[in-house]
Design a protein around this ligand. Structure first.
Ligand code: AHR
Length: 492
């Protein structure tokens, strides 16, 4: 039995809806095939973008989408991706599979896609191999309504009005694929580039500096010390994969309980990372003005056999759903500093919410978690006390339950619970302090197999269903959370 107390009178800040953000890179089959099939494709599309994907992302309430990379961003020259298709320059995608990129999906297509799915664009500029001028002109091209060469060029390419663009990152992983820089050097470069990213008209940019790789606390320290004043956000990247990149990452399906346990334990490392990076940020920014932007996270396994290893295509199972639930609970619980997070990546790459094969499309278990958890978007985080139990495997153990709670603008309380233990259910007894509620309902995602998944042959093998095992009497909730499950309760 786990005893919990949710304090509805103790509100700990707004859970920014952008914590539920996504990331789509020109990598493998994410953009091409996943989003863009071209206007002449037999696959139903709007101006070249697949309708099934648009509808699924809208239903999931995707708040923000990061593009065009990733490592691709610091290799991308945006002017190659505008104008008539036949004039667009082809390039080699050197980072990802060495395939030819025809630049058919460029700025106009991305901004239109964001409009179609009702999401905010988040663009990563090229600092590694680009120029200040190129980055400055990109912002001008997208957001300016003045008389200027870039505005004229945009109009000539068919877009009269400027777009709104808030989120802009000044490079990606500049400690690695984005230029192999030292933090001192990048901090100076960041300041130089950021100076020239102007606010045109009433468009106001939110500038994100490249942050640390996993536990590189030195990077956060140097960036905050030297450039905090010039940034609105600082990123952090952490993938659920062995910290030593030379080790095998393991398969996405067909694993044993040891691999289940190891992956969930590794996922929980995010808590330590958030706490330590936030501690450093707090030292330089007590007011918490600068947001921590976890703009790449998720599982990273060995590529599926038979696929181009550079395409990073992997299946997605109940284990990934747990990884998503744990991370989203952690981001919710740190919402005083975490203002955005972007799972990698939306379609056909790493921990995707959607997989496609030709005209077929499936929703992964991770998709269902995002949909279930969307009730937390822009709600207020509630303080939650809990006497947790342990999930033991061999000599090792981790927490059994991961939890976060919020109250929305209509006064509904949502509690998201993940039971990490694949063998034991857990009974919870949860007091609602400061509230008078008498109705509880819920949704659940679970399955018999640890690697339960949807396939193109069996598209609905795992999806969320109604959860009926909770009661509420005198503001006391009793619920049984099955092994390896994710439950979101709604108390009204
Ligand atoms: O998401 C795949 C890659 O992982 C991204 O391109 C890069 O930023 C990170 O190393």
């Amino acid at each position: 039995m786990v005893k919990m107390k949710v304090h509805s009178e103790k509100k700990n800040g707004i859970i920014d809806k952008n914590i539920y953000g996504h990331f789509a890179e020109h990598l493998g089959r994410c953009i091409y095939e996943g989003i863009w099939v071209g206007k002449d494709s037999p696959i139903p599309n709007i101006n070249g973008m697949r309708i099934d994907v648009i509808e699924a992302l809208k239903a999931m309430k995707i708040p923000v989408l990061r593009w065009p990379g990733g490592c691709f961003a610091d290799n991308y020259h945006w002017m190659d991706g505008i104008g008539p298709y036949e004039n667009r320059v082809k390039m080699i995608n050197t980072h990802w599979g060495g395939v030819t990129e025809n630049n058919h999906f460029g700025t106009h297509e991305f901004m239109e896609f964001c409009e179609l799915i009702g999401t905010e664009p988040y663009i990563s500029g090229n600092l590694g191999s680009g120029t200040v001028r190129e980055m400055q002109q990109w912002v001008e091209y997208i957001t300016s309504d003045n008389i200027s060469p870039m505005t004229d060029l945009r109009k000539a390419n068919g877009r009269e009005k400027p777009w709104k663009l808030k989120y802009f990152a000044v490079g990606n992983e500049n400690w690695g694929c984005g230029g192999g820089m030292r933090p001192e050097y990048y901090a100076d470069e960041y300041r130089r580039y950021a100076t020239y990213l102007r606010n045109f008209g009433d468009n106001k940019l939110y500038k994100v500096a490249c942050g640390a790789n996993t536990a590189d606390y030195e990077w956060t320290e140097v960036l905050m010390k030297n450039a905090a004043k010039n940034m609105d956000g600082l990123s952090l990247h952490f993938y659920t994969m062995p910290l030593d990149w030379s080790l095998p990452k393991g398969p996405s399906v067909g694993f044993e309980e040891k691999e289940w346990f190891d992956i969930l334990k590794l996922t929980l490392f995010m808590e330590e990372l958030l706490t330590k990076h936030i501690e450093i940020m707090d030292k330089y920014d007590e007011q918490k003005r600068v947001g921590l932007i976890v703009d790449e996270w998720g599982t990273w396994y060995d590529a599926e056999p038979g696929m181009n290893p550079g395409f990073l295509y992997q299946q997605n199972t109940l284990r990934d759903a747990l990884v998503a639930g744990i991370n989203l609970n952690l981001f919710n619980n740190h919402c005083d500093r975490v203002r955005m997070a972007n799972i990698a990546q939306t379609i056909n790459v790493l921990q995707s919410v959607i997989l496609t094969e030709g005209e077929k499309m499936i929703l992964t278990p991770t998709y269902h978690v995002f949909k279930m958890f969307s009730v937390h978007q822009d709600a207020e985080l509630l303080e939650t006390e809990m006497e947790n139990t342990a999930y033991c495997f061999g000599e090792d153990k981790i927490m059994q339950l991961s939890v976060s709670s919020s109250i929305d603008s209509e006064g509904k309380i949502h509690i998201s619970l993940c039971n990490l233990d694949p063998n034991h259910e857990v009974q919870i007894s949860c007091e609602l302090a400061g509230e008078n509620k008498n109705k509880v309902s819920g949704r659940i995602l679970t399955a018999d197999q640890m690697d339960a998944r949807n396939t193109f042959e069996d598209q609905e093998a795992i999806k969320d269903t109604s959860y009926e095992k909770a009661t509420i009497v005198n503001n006391q909730i009793q619920a049984c959370i099955p092994p390896k499950s994710i439950v979101v309760l709604e108390i009204a």
